[in-house]
Design a protein around this ligand. Sequence first.
Ligand code: 48H
Length: 302
Amino acid sequence: MLARAEIKPFEPDPGNAGVGRIDKSHTYAYYPPMQDITANMKGGVMEAIVSNAIVHSYFKKLQDALSLDVVVVGGGPSGLVASESLAKKGFKVALFDSKLSPGGGMWGGAMMFNELVIQKEAWHILEEFNIKYTKISEDLATADSIQATSSLIYHSSKAGVKVFNCISVEDVVFINNRVSGVVINWTPIGRLDMHVDPLMVRSKVVLDATGHPSEIAKITAQKNNIKLNTVTGMIMGEMSLSIDEGEKSTIENTKEAYPGLYVSGMAANGVFGSFRMGPIFGGMLQSGKSAAESIAKELSNE
Ligand code: 48H
Protein backbone atom coordinates (compact mmCIF):
# COMPACT_ATOMS: atom_id res chain seq x y z
CA MET A 1 0.00 0.00 0.00
CA LEU A 2 1.25 3.51 -0.79
CA ALA A 3 2.09 5.76 2.13
CA ARG A 4 0.16 9.00 1.88
CA ALA A 5 3.27 11.00 1.00
CA GLU A 6 3.90 8.74 -2.01
CA ILE A 7 0.54 9.37 -3.62
CA LYS A 8 1.19 11.57 -6.63
CA PRO A 9 -0.95 14.64 -7.27
CA PHE A 10 -3.77 14.05 -9.72
CA GLU A 11 -3.18 15.77 -13.04
CA PRO A 12 -6.44 17.21 -14.34
CA ASP A 13 -7.47 15.46 -17.54
CA PRO A 14 -7.71 18.19 -20.23
CA GLY A 15 -10.45 16.20 -21.97
CA ASN A 16 -12.45 16.16 -18.79
CA ALA A 17 -11.80 19.65 -17.51
CA GLY A 18 -13.34 20.52 -14.20
CA VAL A 19 -13.89 16.99 -13.01
CA GLY A 20 -10.63 16.61 -11.14
CA ARG A 21 -8.35 19.21 -9.61
CA ILE A 22 -5.34 19.32 -7.32
CA ASP A 23 -6.06 20.37 -3.78
CA LYS A 24 -2.80 22.15 -2.95
CA SER A 25 -3.21 21.71 0.80
CA HIS A 26 -2.57 17.98 0.41
CA THR A 27 -0.01 15.82 -1.36
CA TYR A 28 -2.77 14.02 -3.20
CA ALA A 29 -5.74 14.93 -5.33
CA TYR A 30 -9.37 15.29 -4.52
CA TYR A 31 -12.25 15.06 -6.91
CA PRO A 32 -14.88 17.55 -5.76
CA PRO A 33 -17.01 15.02 -3.87
CA MET A 34 -13.94 13.83 -1.95
CA GLN A 35 -13.68 17.10 -0.09
CA ASP A 36 -17.13 16.51 1.33
CA ILE A 37 -16.35 12.90 2.14
CA THR A 38 -13.09 13.54 3.96
CA ALA A 39 -13.72 17.06 5.36
CA ASN A 40 -14.38 15.98 8.94
CA MET A 41 -12.42 12.75 8.97
CA LYS A 42 -9.80 12.29 11.62
CA GLY A 43 -7.31 10.03 9.80
CA GLY A 44 -8.22 6.93 7.83
CA VAL A 45 -8.94 8.78 4.59
CA MET A 46 -7.35 5.98 2.52
CA GLU A 47 -10.59 4.01 2.51
CA ALA A 48 -12.44 7.00 1.04
CA ILE A 49 -9.69 7.68 -1.50
CA VAL A 50 -9.66 4.10 -2.78
CA SER A 51 -13.44 3.97 -3.16
CA ASN A 52 -13.59 7.39 -4.76
CA ALA A 53 -10.85 6.51 -7.26
CA ILE A 54 -12.65 3.36 -8.34
CA VAL A 55 -16.07 4.96 -8.60
CA HIS A 56 -14.70 7.96 -10.50
CA SER A 57 -12.62 6.00 -12.99
CA TYR A 58 -15.32 3.37 -13.59
CA PHE A 59 -17.97 5.97 -14.30
CA LYS A 60 -15.63 7.88 -16.59
CA LYS A 61 -15.12 4.65 -18.56
CA LEU A 62 -18.84 3.95 -18.69
CA GLN A 63 -19.69 7.53 -19.64
CA ASP A 64 -17.16 7.34 -22.48
CA ALA A 65 -18.99 4.25 -23.72
CA LEU A 66 -22.51 5.66 -23.89
CA SER A 67 -22.18 6.69 -27.54
CA LEU A 68 -20.10 4.43 -29.74
CA ASP A 69 -19.29 3.34 -33.24
CA VAL A 70 -19.67 -0.34 -32.38
CA VAL A 71 -21.03 -2.35 -29.47
CA VAL A 72 -19.80 -5.93 -29.40
CA VAL A 73 -22.05 -8.20 -27.37
CA GLY A 74 -20.11 -11.20 -26.12
CA GLY A 75 -16.42 -11.65 -25.39
CA GLY A 76 -15.85 -15.08 -26.87
CA PRO A 77 -13.17 -15.56 -29.54
CA SER A 78 -15.12 -13.95 -32.40
CA GLY A 79 -16.19 -10.92 -30.36
CA LEU A 80 -12.72 -10.34 -28.93
CA VAL A 81 -10.99 -10.53 -32.32
CA ALA A 82 -13.64 -8.30 -33.93
CA SER A 83 -13.44 -5.68 -31.18
CA GLU A 84 -9.62 -5.59 -31.20
CA SER A 85 -9.52 -5.26 -34.96
CA LEU A 86 -12.13 -2.45 -35.01
CA ALA A 87 -10.38 -0.54 -32.23
CA LYS A 88 -7.08 -0.81 -34.10
CA LYS A 89 -8.81 0.64 -37.16
CA GLY A 90 -9.69 3.67 -35.05
CA PHE A 91 -13.33 2.97 -34.20
CA LYS A 92 -14.80 3.63 -30.76
CA VAL A 93 -15.73 0.20 -29.45
CA ALA A 94 -17.08 -1.29 -26.23
CA LEU A 95 -17.57 -4.97 -25.47
CA PHE A 96 -20.14 -6.19 -22.95
CA ASP A 97 -19.98 -9.69 -21.52
CA SER A 98 -22.47 -11.09 -19.06
CA LYS A 99 -19.89 -13.20 -17.23
CA LEU A 100 -17.24 -12.24 -14.67
CA SER A 101 -14.57 -13.49 -17.09
CA PRO A 102 -14.97 -12.73 -20.79
CA GLY A 103 -13.58 -15.44 -23.05
CA GLY A 104 -16.75 -17.43 -23.70
CA GLY A 105 -16.30 -21.05 -24.70
CA MET A 106 -12.59 -20.77 -25.27
CA TRP A 107 -11.30 -21.25 -21.71
CA GLY A 108 -12.54 -24.80 -21.42
CA GLY A 109 -10.97 -26.28 -24.58
CA ALA A 110 -12.87 -29.49 -25.14
CA MET A 111 -14.64 -31.10 -22.20
CA MET A 112 -12.34 -29.04 -19.94
CA PHE A 113 -9.17 -30.44 -21.56
CA ASN A 114 -7.71 -26.96 -21.94
CA GLU A 115 -6.26 -27.28 -25.44
CA LEU A 116 -7.66 -25.99 -28.74
CA VAL A 117 -7.20 -27.02 -32.37
CA ILE A 118 -6.69 -24.27 -34.94
CA GLN A 119 -6.40 -24.51 -38.71
CA LYS A 120 -3.57 -23.06 -40.79
CA GLU A 121 -5.80 -20.29 -42.18
CA ALA A 122 -6.04 -18.72 -38.72
CA TRP A 123 -2.42 -19.11 -37.57
CA HIS A 124 -1.69 -15.52 -38.60
CA ILE A 125 -4.31 -14.38 -36.07
CA LEU A 126 -2.60 -16.43 -33.33
CA GLU A 127 0.68 -14.74 -34.27
CA GLU A 128 -0.93 -11.30 -34.21
CA PHE A 129 -2.17 -11.97 -30.68
CA ASN A 130 1.15 -13.47 -29.61
CA ILE A 131 -0.37 -16.90 -28.92
CA LYS A 132 2.01 -19.86 -29.06
CA TYR A 133 0.88 -22.81 -31.18
CA THR A 134 2.27 -26.24 -31.90
CA LYS A 135 1.84 -27.77 -35.35
CA ILE A 136 0.45 -31.28 -35.37
CA SER A 137 0.33 -31.48 -39.18
CA GLU A 138 0.77 -29.20 -42.19
CA ASP A 139 -2.70 -27.76 -41.62
CA LEU A 140 -3.49 -28.04 -37.92
CA ALA A 141 -2.02 -26.84 -34.65
CA THR A 142 -2.87 -26.94 -30.97
CA ALA A 143 -2.77 -24.01 -28.55
CA ASP A 144 -3.17 -23.73 -24.80
CA SER A 145 -6.70 -22.42 -24.23
CA ILE A 146 -5.73 -20.39 -21.17
CA GLN A 147 -2.94 -18.57 -23.02
CA ALA A 148 -5.13 -18.12 -26.10
CA THR A 149 -8.14 -16.74 -24.23
CA SER A 150 -6.20 -14.44 -21.93
CA SER A 151 -4.18 -13.09 -24.90
CA LEU A 152 -7.34 -12.25 -26.82
CA ILE A 153 -8.76 -10.40 -23.82
CA TYR A 154 -5.48 -8.60 -23.12
CA HIS A 155 -4.97 -7.41 -26.69
CA SER A 156 -8.58 -6.34 -27.08
CA SER A 157 -8.32 -4.16 -23.98
CA LYS A 158 -4.85 -2.93 -24.97
CA ALA A 159 -6.14 -1.89 -28.41
CA GLY A 160 -8.55 0.51 -26.71
CA VAL A 161 -11.74 -1.55 -26.46
CA LYS A 162 -13.66 -0.69 -23.31
CA VAL A 163 -14.39 -4.13 -21.92
CA PHE A 164 -17.28 -4.39 -19.45
CA ASN A 165 -17.81 -7.66 -17.61
CA CYS A 166 -20.80 -8.72 -15.48
CA ILE A 167 -23.13 -6.71 -17.76
CA SER A 168 -25.78 -8.41 -19.88
CA VAL A 169 -27.33 -6.95 -22.99
CA GLU A 170 -31.02 -7.58 -22.50
CA ASP A 171 -32.45 -5.74 -25.53
CA VAL A 172 -31.54 -3.45 -28.41
CA VAL A 173 -32.31 0.20 -29.09
CA PHE A 174 -34.52 0.09 -32.19
CA ILE A 175 -34.96 3.40 -34.04
CA ASN A 176 -36.40 3.92 -37.54
CA ASN A 177 -36.14 0.22 -38.33
CA ARG A 178 -32.49 0.06 -37.43
CA VAL A 179 -30.66 -1.48 -34.49
CA SER A 180 -29.13 1.63 -32.95
CA GLY A 181 -27.62 0.49 -29.68
CA VAL A 182 -28.12 -1.86 -26.76
CA VAL A 183 -29.98 -2.01 -23.47
CA ILE A 184 -27.77 -3.11 -20.58
CA ASN A 185 -28.19 -4.26 -17.03
CA TRP A 186 -26.09 -6.01 -14.39
CA THR A 187 -26.15 -9.77 -14.93
CA PRO A 188 -27.19 -10.49 -11.31
CA ILE A 189 -30.26 -8.28 -11.77
CA GLY A 190 -31.51 -10.70 -14.43
CA ARG A 191 -30.44 -13.82 -12.55
CA LEU A 192 -32.24 -12.68 -9.39
CA ASP A 193 -35.26 -11.66 -11.46
CA MET A 194 -35.23 -8.18 -9.93
CA HIS A 195 -37.47 -5.59 -11.51
CA VAL A 196 -34.84 -2.90 -12.18
CA ASP A 197 -34.85 -0.79 -15.31
CA PRO A 198 -31.73 -0.79 -17.51
CA LEU A 199 -29.46 1.81 -19.11
CA MET A 200 -29.07 2.42 -22.83
CA VAL A 201 -25.92 2.61 -24.96
CA ARG A 202 -26.17 4.13 -28.44
CA SER A 203 -24.03 2.83 -31.30
CA LYS A 204 -23.93 2.92 -35.07
CA VAL A 205 -23.58 -0.85 -35.25
CA VAL A 206 -24.13 -3.78 -32.88
CA LEU A 207 -22.28 -7.08 -33.31
CA ASP A 208 -24.05 -10.13 -31.89
CA ALA A 209 -21.15 -12.36 -30.77
CA THR A 210 -23.17 -14.15 -28.09
CA GLY A 211 -22.29 -17.65 -29.31
CA HIS A 212 -24.77 -20.53 -29.48
CA PRO A 213 -27.88 -18.64 -28.27
CA SER A 214 -27.60 -15.77 -30.86
CA GLU A 215 -29.32 -13.77 -28.14
CA ILE A 216 -29.31 -10.33 -29.68
CA ALA A 217 -30.57 -11.36 -33.11
CA LYS A 218 -33.26 -13.50 -31.43
CA ILE A 219 -34.49 -10.64 -29.26
CA THR A 220 -34.47 -8.20 -32.18
CA ALA A 221 -36.47 -10.54 -34.38
CA GLN A 222 -38.93 -11.61 -31.68
CA LYS A 223 -39.78 -8.16 -30.40
CA ASN A 224 -40.02 -6.03 -33.51
CA ASN A 225 -42.01 -8.02 -36.06
CA ILE A 226 -39.22 -7.76 -38.62
CA LYS A 227 -37.62 -10.00 -41.21
CA LEU A 228 -33.94 -10.80 -40.76
CA ASN A 229 -31.69 -11.15 -43.84
CA THR A 230 -32.08 -14.96 -43.73
CA VAL A 231 -33.82 -17.21 -46.24
CA THR A 232 -36.96 -17.38 -44.10
CA GLY A 233 -36.64 -13.94 -42.52
CA MET A 234 -36.45 -15.72 -39.17
CA ILE A 235 -33.72 -17.25 -37.02
CA MET A 236 -32.78 -20.44 -38.91
CA GLY A 237 -31.30 -22.29 -35.92
CA GLU A 238 -28.06 -24.14 -35.24
CA MET A 239 -27.56 -27.61 -36.75
CA SER A 240 -25.71 -30.67 -35.41
CA LEU A 241 -21.96 -31.19 -35.62
CA SER A 242 -20.03 -31.23 -38.89
CA ILE A 243 -16.56 -29.66 -38.63
CA ASP A 244 -15.75 -28.81 -42.25
CA GLU A 245 -19.22 -27.45 -43.05
CA GLY A 246 -19.50 -25.62 -39.75
CA GLU A 247 -16.12 -23.91 -40.04
CA LYS A 248 -16.70 -22.82 -43.64
CA SER A 249 -20.18 -21.48 -42.99
CA THR A 250 -19.16 -19.60 -39.83
CA ILE A 251 -17.17 -17.25 -42.02
CA GLU A 252 -19.79 -17.09 -44.80
CA ASN A 253 -22.53 -16.35 -42.26
CA THR A 254 -20.60 -13.53 -40.61
CA LYS A 255 -22.54 -10.61 -42.02
CA GLU A 256 -25.34 -8.15 -41.50
CA ALA A 257 -28.48 -9.86 -40.18
CA TYR A 258 -30.53 -6.66 -40.08
CA PRO A 259 -29.70 -2.96 -40.57
CA GLY A 260 -27.35 -2.04 -37.72
CA LEU A 261 -26.94 -5.64 -36.57
CA TYR A 262 -24.11 -7.99 -37.57
CA VAL A 263 -23.51 -11.54 -36.35
CA SER A 264 -20.28 -13.45 -35.82
CA GLY A 265 -19.03 -16.81 -34.51
CA MET A 266 -21.58 -19.38 -33.40
CA ALA A 267 -24.27 -16.68 -33.39
CA ALA A 268 -23.79 -16.38 -37.17
CA ASN A 269 -24.44 -20.09 -37.65
CA GLY A 270 -27.40 -19.93 -35.29
CA VAL A 271 -29.00 -17.07 -37.21
CA PHE A 272 -28.27 -18.26 -40.76
CA GLY A 273 -28.67 -21.97 -39.94
CA SER A 274 -25.53 -24.07 -40.03
CA PHE A 275 -23.52 -26.70 -38.21
CA ARG A 276 -21.63 -26.61 -34.93
CA MET A 277 -18.03 -27.78 -35.14
CA GLY A 278 -16.76 -28.71 -31.67
CA PRO A 279 -13.43 -27.54 -30.21
CA ILE A 280 -11.81 -26.19 -33.37
CA PHE A 281 -11.45 -22.41 -33.24
CA GLY A 282 -9.99 -21.13 -36.52
CA GLY A 283 -13.44 -20.27 -37.86
CA MET A 284 -14.28 -18.23 -34.75
CA LEU A 285 -11.08 -16.19 -35.04
CA GLN A 286 -11.54 -15.65 -38.78
CA SER A 287 -15.17 -14.73 -38.22
CA GLY A 288 -14.07 -11.97 -35.83
CA LYS A 289 -11.73 -10.57 -38.47
CA SER A 290 -14.37 -10.79 -41.15
CA ALA A 291 -17.00 -9.06 -38.96
CA ALA A 292 -14.55 -6.20 -38.30
CA GLU A 293 -13.87 -5.79 -42.01
CA SER A 294 -17.57 -5.67 -42.99
CA ILE A 295 -18.44 -3.27 -40.16
CA ALA A 296 -15.47 -1.02 -40.94
CA LYS A 297 -16.53 -0.94 -44.59
CA GLU A 298 -20.06 0.12 -43.69
CA LEU A 299 -18.91 2.79 -41.23
CA SER A 300 -16.31 4.15 -43.62
CA ASN A 301 -18.96 4.61 -46.33
CA GLU A 302 -21.20 6.71 -44.09
C1 48H B 1 -23.64 -10.01 -22.78
C2 48H B 1 -23.43 -12.20 -23.48
C3 48H B 1 -24.82 -12.29 -23.69
C4 48H B 1 -25.60 -11.13 -23.43
C5 48H B 1 -23.97 -14.19 -24.18
O1 48H B 1 -19.86 -18.63 -27.02
P1 48H B 1 -18.71 -17.71 -27.23
O2 48H B 1 -17.37 -18.28 -27.00
O3 48H B 1 -18.83 -17.06 -28.69
P2 48H B 1 -18.13 -17.29 -30.11
O4 48H B 1 -19.20 -17.44 -31.08
O5 48H B 1 -17.14 -16.24 -30.34
O6 48H B 1 -17.34 -18.67 -29.97
C6 48H B 1 -18.02 -19.86 -29.93
C7 48H B 1 -17.14 -20.96 -29.32
O7 48H B 1 -16.71 -20.58 -28.04
C8 48H B 1 -17.95 -22.21 -29.24
O8 48H B 1 -18.83 -22.26 -28.37
C9 48H B 1 -17.78 -23.27 -30.19
C10 48H B 1 -16.70 -23.21 -31.21
N1 48H B 1 -18.61 -24.27 -30.14
C11 48H B 1 -18.67 -25.37 -31.04
C12 48H B 1 -19.55 -26.47 -30.49
O9 48H B 1 -19.76 -27.44 -31.27
O10 48H B 1 -20.04 -26.40 -29.35
O11 48H B 1 -18.86 -16.46 -26.28
C13 48H B 1 -20.07 -15.76 -26.19
C14 48H B 1 -19.95 -14.78 -25.05
C15 48H B 1 -19.90 -15.44 -23.68
O12 48H B 1 -18.76 -14.98 -22.99
C16 48H B 1 -21.18 -14.98 -22.97
O13 48H B 1 -20.97 -14.71 -21.61
C17 48H B 1 -21.52 -13.73 -23.75
O14 48H B 1 -21.12 -13.98 -25.06
N2 48H B 1 -22.95 -13.40 -23.79
N3 48H B 1 -22.85 -11.09 -23.04
N4 48H B 1 -24.97 -10.01 -22.98
N5 48H B 1 -26.93 -11.11 -23.61
N6 48H B 1 -25.12 -13.54 -24.14
